[in-house]
Design a protein around this ligand. Structure first.
Ligand code: ITT
Length: 184
């Protein structure tokens, strides 16, 4: 029999779910997965994109859901790719990003986690500052081989503790604190 969960993560990206599942498990929250590509509204605001996706996901699956929208913001490119991170990854990829950069390599990863059920709509934002490496390092998904978080010498793809310091961890921690309080 299929296991049922109180809360589902709706995303086309299995890697995001695998990380979110581990992180929320450490808070005692068991997360199910609905693998589905939700349509995104066009907006410069990750928060607006994520909260609309959560409503859309709830209407489709009729379960309490969280969705997550991420963006890599590079200082010297005025925040590009930001809300366009998914498209940019699929088109120019990590090599394309490395080719665009010269001196200033500062960047940040932002995560917005949006929850929606019949009673509440909530979003949680978090970021991790860092820089873009000079070459791709480590074996990882998405931008992990090129993102080095602050105070580290290793990219996310090389590090063994990404789930303790990532943008995703920080946003999900805020979510978990709120969610566990709401469930009491
Ligand atoms: P959704 O269906 O959940 O939207 P997505 O892969 O399109 O999945 P996002 O729009 O949130 O996800 O992510 C934007 C891009 O950033 C996308 O190419 C991801 O692979 C990448 N990304 C997000 N979080 C990442 C992380 O922790 N490490 C590396 N790359 C990440």
């Amino acid at each position: 029999m299929l296991q049922s969960f109180d809360l589902y993560f709706v995303s086309s990206n299995k890697h995001k779910y695998e990380e979110a599942k581990k992180i929320l498990k450490s808070f005692g929250i068991h997360l199910g997965f609905c693998k589905f590509e939700l349509e995104e509204i066009q907006s410069d605001s990750l928060k607006e994109i994520a909260s609309n996706k959560a409503i859309d996901a709830f209407q489709k699956f009729k379960k309490p859901v969280i969705v997550e929208d991420d963006g890599l913001f590079i200082d010297s490119l005025d925040g590009f790719p930001g809300p366009y991170s998914s498209y940019v990854f699929k088109t120019i990829g990590n090599k394309g990003i490395l080719d665009l950069l010269t001196q200033n390599r500062k960047a940040k990863f932002v995560s917005i986690v949006s929850f929606y059920d019949k009673h509440s709509s909530k979003s949680f934002v978090a970021k991790v500052h860092g820089k873009i490496s000079k070459t791709q390092k480590g074996i990882g998904w998405g931008y992990d081989p090129i993102f080095i978080p602050e105070d580290s010498k290793k990219t996310f793809a090389e590090s063994t503790n990404k789930n303790e310091l990532s943008h995703r961890y920080k946003a999900l921690k805020k979510f978990a604190n709120w969610y566990l309080h709401e469930q009491k």
